[in-house]
Design a protein around this ligand. Structure first.
Ligand code: FAD
Length: 392
């Protein structure tokens, strides 16, 4: 079997790339380890930058997002329960973010891909890239324990997330990784109740961080910072609601509607970058190359901007054989990645309690948040990073 590009992974990065390539008349094949149902039900991101929204519009996968998504032009920061607002749109000359769940983005992209006839193989086993340093790379996989299938291609796009196989196909002596693992996690719940505020609230409380978010006007997403080895059984719903009411403060608590959670999990927090994002004929995009803590809502958005740069380079190559954009992909993508890494790391640092920090450090956090509250210049910086830096 032969195709131009084999895409490993049917998450947001892989499916968005397949959509852009298909629209541009470039054949591709997507190989995904999990089932379609599993991929479509993975609960994760919820905040889309303007750049991501524009990309989804451009590839014709934005109808449902326009109908059901919630455009936000501000968000709130809170210190020990006292709220203040960052007017994103006013501070950035009109930019917004869109609250629309990753599950919905993925569903829309998969539906659009299958409608276009893109080949997507779910439950592909033992997906392995080969000969990435040569001019004729190929990928092998199996289905249901059957015979090994070989797909020859021009390029391989490693969109297979943090636990995928593609990053490790780059020889160790070439790869450099940079990592910070945070000494806490986020306990998240989804509940079919209206949100306590029509905008997000990021709260620094002396008991730990809390986030009030949402997926729709009737579905809330809440998080609290917790030890990474916390036992979920110790957190019945009522305890979580009580803790949220304390950490988010009286103003937000007065509007919290309690209900049963239908999803509850603890996510680790990590900053991670693997360089380079290209080796030979293999290109990495999204979580396969980098991870951010979810505080800045950047992970899915970085996957989208990587794909934008990669698709642009591949389209130029197939149009007139130009390789300069392919050669520049890793540098260009990493320049944006590192800025988002910085923002996510910084935002995590000023909003969470760190077990190894003392009362002085907490005073510094509170002073920084107070500075942001009263400084127009500081608010512009926060807002322009939150809505997403331009693609350049
Ligand atoms: C709790 C949580 C909250 C988050 N909140 C936000 C947020 O608000 N905003 C934001 O922008 N981001 C957020 N993120 C991050 C965001 O979810 C990820 O950055 C995003 O999913 C990255 O997309 P991706 O396609 O690169 O990787 P993934 O979504 O991980 O997709 C990779 C795909 O590759 C498949 N795969 C893996 N290995 C193989 C293999 N060997 N063979 C074939 N297929 C394989 C996987 O099954 C998966 O489907 C959050 C993440 C978490 C965990």
């Amino acid at each position: 079997m032969r195709t131009k590009i084999v895409i490993v992974g049917a998450g947001p990065a892989g499916m968005l790339l397949s959509q852009i390539l298909q629209i541009s008349g470039i054949d591709c094949l997507v190989l995904e380890r999990k089932s379609r149902a599993y991929v479509e039900s993975r609960v994760r991101a919820g905040v889309l930058e303007q750049v991501t929204v524009d990309l989804l519009e451009r590839v014709g996968v934005a109808d449902r997002m326009r109908r059901e998504g919630l455009p936000h032009d501000g968000f709130n920061l809170a210190v020990d329960g006292e709220l203040f607002r960052i007017d994103m749109t006013g501070l950035t000359q009109g930019s917004k973010v869109m609250v629309y769940g990753q599950t919905e983005v993925t569903r829309d992209l998969i539906e659009a891909a299958l409608a276009r006839g893109t080949q997507v193989v779910f439950e592909a086993e033992d997906v392995t890239p080969h000969d990435i340093e040569g001019a004729q790379p190929f990928v092998t996989y199996r289905v249901a324990g059957g015979e090994t299938i070989r797909v020859d291609c021009d390029f391989i796009a490693g969109c297979d997330g943090f636990h995928g196989v593609c990053r490790n196909a780059i020889p160790e002596e070439i790869r450099r990784t940079f990592e910070r693992v945070y000494p806490f996690g986020w306990l998240g719940i989804l509940s079919e109740v209206p949100p306590c505020n029509h905008e997000l609230i990021y709260s620094n409380h002396e008991r730990g961080f809390a986030l009030a978010s949402m997926r729709s006007r009737t579905r809330s997403r809440y998080y609290i910072q917790c030890p990474i080895d916390e036992n979920l059984d110790d957190w019945p719903d009522e305890r979580i609601w009580d803790e949220l009411a304390i950490r988010l403060g009286d103003e937000a608590a007065a509007h919290i509607v309690r209900g049963p959670s239908f999803e509850k999990s603890i996510a680790p927090l990590r900053s991670f970058v693997s360089e380079p994002m290209r080796h030979g004929r293999l290109f990495l995009a999204g979580d396969a190359a980098h991870i951010v803590p979810p505080t800045g809502a950047k992970g899915l958005n970085l996957a989208a901007s990587d794909v934008h740069f990669l698709a642009e380079a591949m389209i130029a190559f197939y149009k007139d054989g130009a390789e300069d954009l392919l050669n520049d992909y890793s540098r260009k993508a990493l320049a944006r990645v590192w800025k988002a890494e910085r923002f996510s790391w910084w935002f995590t640092g000023i909003t969470h309690r760190f077990p190894d920090r003392n009362a002085f450090d907490r005073k510094m956090q509170v002073a920084e948040l107070d500075y942001i509250r009263h400084s127009h210049a500081a608010q512009i910086t926060v807002a322009e990073n939150y809505v997403g830096l331009p693609l350049e």
